[in-house]
Design a protein around this ligand. Structure first.
Ligand SMILES: Cc1ncc(CNC=O)c(N)n1
Length: 230
């Protein structure tokens, strides 16, 4: 019989893995969403793709200040100076990413000045803003940060696997988040999160788990936008 894991056992294997097993269904809902599966099997509606592209540009603009807030928390609270370098590398990539969104939307004829944030996007951006508060612990923020990046990494890596029928014109998008370098970066964030979660008080641990679940829910809602709005 499988009993409840002791705190010590969980620390060895890593809290993130434990939570991924515990919340497998919602994690799979976020990483194997019908929109992603439609890219992977080549049946994607290109209007849905364009909707996602325009909405994600708005999201990434709100995500950059969130990452900046995590950097500030790392600087103030972290017990390991290499955390800042990992977070800073993520921020640097966002500079390139925002430029990429501008050229990619131009390519697809998506007028960024005319993109109106949909409700799911607004809700997600507002949630990010709540996490920027100085009252939110570094451990909670870095867990959310990992989850946000990991969902995109897992989703788009799926579209690049052998046997996937991702349309040629979408491969570059999938590469952006599905490439090995981005995978390594997500692993580095996961290690930081695990290290922090392994030595955090129970009340903060609970907050981090709840926050992780909120991220996964927002990611599902974000993908859902691409259905309704073609
Ligand atoms: C909704 C959402 N979640 C995660 C990411 C990936 N992080 C930065 O690009 C993203 N672009 N959009």
């Amino acid at each position: 019989m499988e009993g409840k894991k002791t705190r010590e056992e969980v620390e060895k294997s890593g809290m993130i893995d434990t939570w991924m097993r515990k919340h497998r269904l919602i994690y799979t809902g976020a990483t194997k969403h019908p929109f992603i599966l439609s890219i992977r099997d080549g049946t994607v509606d290109l209007e849905a793709f364009k909707t996602w592209l325009g909405q994600d540009y708005i999201f990434v603009r709100a995500f950059a200040p969130f990452v900046a807030s995590v950097l500030i928390k790392a600087w103030k609270e972290s017990d390991d100076s290499s955390d800042m370098e990992v977070i800073l590398s993520g921020m640097a990539s966002l500079n390139d990413e925002i430029a990429w969104f501008k050229s990619e939307t131009a390519k697809w004829g998506v007028q960024l000045s005319e993109v109106v944030p949909q409700k799911a996007n607004q809700d997600y951006c507002r949630f990010l803003e709540s996490l920027m508060s100085p009252d939110v612990e570094y451990t909670v923020a870095i867990t959310a940060f990992w989850a946000i990046e990991a969902v995109y990494q897992a989703s788009f890596a799926l579209c690049l696997e052998d046997g996937s029928k991702t349309p040629a014109e979408l491969r570059e998008t999938c590469q952006r988040w599905g490439n090995d370098g981005f995978g390594q970066y997500c692993n580095s964030l996961q290690k930081i999160a695990n290290r922090r979660l392994g030595k955090t008080p129970d009340d903060v641990l609970t907050k981090a788990e709840v926050t992780l679940l909120r991220v996964l829910e927002h990611e599902v809602e974000f993908w859902n936008m691409s259905h309704g709005a073609a």
